[in-house]
Design a protein around this ligand. Structure first.
Ligand code: ZN
Length: 236
């Protein structure tokens, strides 16, 4: 039953290619940008490095306006209804301007995402990410910060905030201290710190890293351009 719509999805991609060829633009398009095979991207990556590459390529497509939007239709929803095998797990900020699947051109069932203001490695998030990696098999654990992060800025300002918002600050303070008032550096440092915290606070995650079943990586999303710039994390 699910075969029919799946074929029509592929057909529509093929028609797009045909259209390019008909206009004599295929050669130009391949010169101007990398070529991604839809068939290849239908299969999950098999190694941690391949999983990380898949994310980087997805963001390149997003930034260059060449998204493939694979796994974003109802066929995919039905295909994975009984079982999920996300290839990457995320600790990202709750900011409404950083929707992780869109930023990396991924779809249903590809990413196991936890989001919290300031992308902090609180206990509950660590527990979720242990589930996403150890149980579901995600091969890359990615900490994604972003430019002009409100949680980092609020920690830096240190002014009084309502409710339980200040509960976030304790996680972000070390990065703010190290950055000495530089907001950009504070965001980068916070990504590094949270990545380190994930490994330090979770024997499950650190064991997977040691066994080379998992890569921990980090990056900063630019609210202006949509580009994710890697942050060296050195987590072991
Ligand atoms: Zn934020």
């Amino acid at each position: 039953m699910s075969d029919q719509p799946a074929r029509s999805f592929k057909t529509s991609q093929w028609n797009r290619r045909q259209l390019l060829q008909a206009g004599g633009l295929a050669a130009l398009a391949s010169l101007a940008s990398p070529v991604w095979s839809n068939d290849e991207l239908e299969q999950p990556p098999t190694t941690p490095q391949a999983a990380l590459d898949r994310l980087i390529e997805g963001n390149q497509r997003f930034v260059s306006g060449q998204t493939l939007s694979i796994h974003q239709d109802l066929n995919r929803v039905k295909e994975i209804a009984s079982r999920q095998t996300p290839f990457a797990a995320f600790l990202g900020c709750a900011d409404s301007r950083v929707p992780i699947e869109l930023v990396f051109d991924q779809g249903f069932g590809d990413l196991f995402v936890t989001r919290i203001a300031g992308n902090i490695a609180s206990n509950e998030n660590v527990g979720s990410l242990e589930f996403g990696t150890q149980i579901l098999g995600a091969k890359v654990l990615y900490v994604l910060g972003h430019s002009a992060c409100g949680a980092v800025a609020a920690t830096m300002q240190g002014t009084e905030v309502p409710g339980q918002i200040s509960g976030l600050f304790q996680y972000i303070r070390p990065a703010v201290k190290a950055a000495k008032g530089n907001m950009e550096l504070a965001v980068q440092e916070n990504v590094r710190n949270q990545a380190q915290l994930l490994a330090e606070s979770s024997p499950v995650i650190s064991r997977m890293i040691q066994r080379k079943e998992l890569i921990v990586a980090g990056g900063v999303y630019d609210l202006q351009t949509g580009r994710v710039t890697p942050v060296e994390c050195h987590v072991s």
